[in-house]
Design a binder for this molecule. Structure first.
Ligand code: ATP
Length: 245
């Protein structure tokens, strides 16, 4: 059975007397895209921050591979195989594509410290090609790539460093139709490579194009938790637009 890699049970988070999350349950499984939808203020960012190790939760339980966890830093989340790609991507725009691929603190502690530039470039190229991303010139500054390509580089980097769970924070929010398509295709590849993807979005169309599992947050609560076979795009859109009760 495909037991959840990350499991939230009845998780709450308050900031002083603001309850940003109330009794949220969520299961993230290998090889599935779990879409978390919700309007501004619904609690999506708070949810990400808990799983990514930026905030602790104030009630309930979070477990990773069956073990209860309270992360006290992003490093702990990363060390548990959870990588987060934020909207700003944390890429260095003036640095080459291949150097960006190795950017991040993994490089300072991992085996890659020993590699020379030519080897690193080759690895970046292989990884990107393997995932179907074609970027002709890896020496160009990453800032010259399209928004969609930059997203793909940031995701490929996370996968390369061994992420088992990938949190994607509104990866298509700033992109046009074509670029969104590029990124959505790539998210499917990550899923098919066995990764458990948490796809945060407020776009039901994008969610429905790729998602296996949909969770809609409203005012910090789970308003809907369902699987693809149980909902149509129209129903999902209606849920997002204000609910159908
Ligand atoms: P957005 O898409 O705008 O980021 P969101 O769904 O991610 O929205 P959150 O950012 O998680 O929502 O916010 C949920 C609630 O918690 C909101 O009412 C917000 O004002 C509140 N909140 C978030 N962060 C803090 C904080 N650090 N201190 C106090 N209140 C906060």
């Amino acid at each position: 059975p495909n037991s959840p890699i990350v499991l939230l049970e009845d998780v709450g988070k308050s900031y002083g007397n603001i309850n940003a999350l109330r009794g949220v349950s969520l299961a993230v499984r290998q090889g599935e895209i779990t879409c978390v939808l919700g309007d501004n203020g619904a609690g999506k960012s708070t949810l990400i921050k808990i799983i990514a190790g930026l905030h602790d939760y104030t009630s309930g339980r979070m477990s990773v591979n069956g073990e209860e966890r309270h992360f006290s830093s992003p490093r702990e989340s990363l060390d548990s195989g959870i990588a987060t790609v934020y909207q700003d991507l944390a890429l260095a725009p003036l640095m080459s594509v291949w150097r960006n691929f190795f950017l991040g603190n993994e490089i300072t502690r991992g085996p890659f410290r020993q590699l020379d530039a030519a080897k690193m470039k080759r690895i970046a190229e292989e990884e990107l090609t393997k995932m179907g991303i074609s970027i002709p010139d890896l020496e160009q500054p990453v800032g010259k790539l399209s928004g969609g390509q930059r997203q793909c580089v940031a995701i490929a980097r996370a996968i390369h460093f061994g992420a088992k769970v990938l949190i994607l924070d509104e990866p298509t929010a700033a992109l046009g139709v074509n670029q969104s398509g590029v990124v959505l295709k790539y998210i499917v590849k990550a899923r098919d490579a066995g990764i458990g993807v948490i796809f945060i979005t407020h776009n039901p169309h994008h969610a429905y194009l790729v998602g296996n599992h949909f969770v809609v947050l409203k005012l910090g609560r789970v308003a809907l938790d369902t699987h693809r076979s149980q909902i149509t795009l129209e129903q999902l859109t209606t849920e997002m637009a204000g609910g159908s009760e």
